[in-house]
Write a protein that binds this ligand. Structure first.
Ligand SMILES: [Zn+2]
Ligand SMILES: [Zn+2]
Length: 263
């Protein structure tokens, strides 16, 4: 299975996953043109994409979904609540191309097993995903959640690649210029994961099998890529888990494709 982050952060999210001839996007939170050119930058033709899997209805995840689905006849997978909520923004999508999943019910799409996980976020019904191939290689994507429960932990554990939110540094957020209500929303159980919360999770998840850890959905105002990476690196080092030998660390960037990882 192959994984690439095309763009990550509050300004627009889109990830690419491939296994055999199954090619999918998770979210398309940038303009259709931008998604096409990011795919182009990793030599993938948008016309070969099968489907877009949608995590939730916030604009940084769905901005290009409607236009891309219509222009390239892509399938769109979402839970029904999310689909209903995003429809005013994506506009009409050919109903033959719309597929509803239920959170916490796994299914197979072409060559990939999909497991949608219920997240905790200020949207109607947020979703994280695990994608597993027939060689048992597993990718877990978890962003836009203020809280991680036992169900999520169990389902994402033993992944080969973690695409995990490190949205903010708590001090930067608290000292920054956001209004107090917004700070509270971000810090709440229906907000976003901080660098420290993600580090605590990774302490339980990384098993030294050279997992890929990709830090994702960084806030432009309340975080820095170097700070997110350092927080995770130092936290894991405290448990004698070493970057490079035990796991690989990368921070997903805005509108720049990451390395393409082959699992
Ligand atoms: Zn988001
Ligand atoms: Zn969101």
């Amino acid at each position: 299975m192959k994984f690439c982050s095309l763009s990550s952060g509050s300004s627009g999210n889109c990830e690419y996953i491939e296994h055999n001839d199954t090619k999918i996007l998770v979210d398309a939170g940038l303009s259709g043109k931008k998604v096409e050119s990011l795919l182009d930058s990793i030599d993938v033709d948008i016309k070969t994409i099968d489907a877009i899997f949608v995590t939730h209805e916030h604009l940084d995840h769905i901005k290009g979904v409607g236009i891309l689905a219509r222009r390239h006849n892509l399938k769109v997978f979402a839970n029904q609540q999310t689909f209903n909520r995003m429809l005013p923004k994506t506009k009409e999508i050919n109903s033959e191309n719309v597929f509803f999943f239920e959170n916490d019910k796994s299914f197979k799409f072409k060559d990939i097993y999909v497991e949608p996980l219920s997240t905790f976020h200020d949207c109607v019904k947020g979703t994280g995903f695990t994608f597993t191939d027939d060689n048992n290689k597993k990718v877990s994507l978890l962003t836009d959640t203020g809280f991680v429960d036992l169900n999520i932990m169990e389902k994402i554990s033993n992944s080969d690649l973690y695409f995990l939110e490190t949205n903010h540094d708590e001090d930067m957020l608290l000292q920054g210029s956001y209004p107090w209500s917004l700070k509270q929303r971000i810090l709440s159980n229906r907000g976003h994961l901080s660098n420290v919360s993600a580090s605590n999770l990774l302490n339980q998840l990384v098993t030294r099998k050279k997992e890929i850890v990709m830090l994702a959905h960084l806030s432009q105002d309340n975080n820095l890529p170097s700070l997110a990476a350092r927080t995770v690196r130092e936290s894991l080092l405290n448990k004698n888990i070493n970057e490079g030998t035990d796991y690989i660390l990368e921070v997903a960037q805005r509108e720049i494709a990451s390395e393409i990882y082959t699992l």
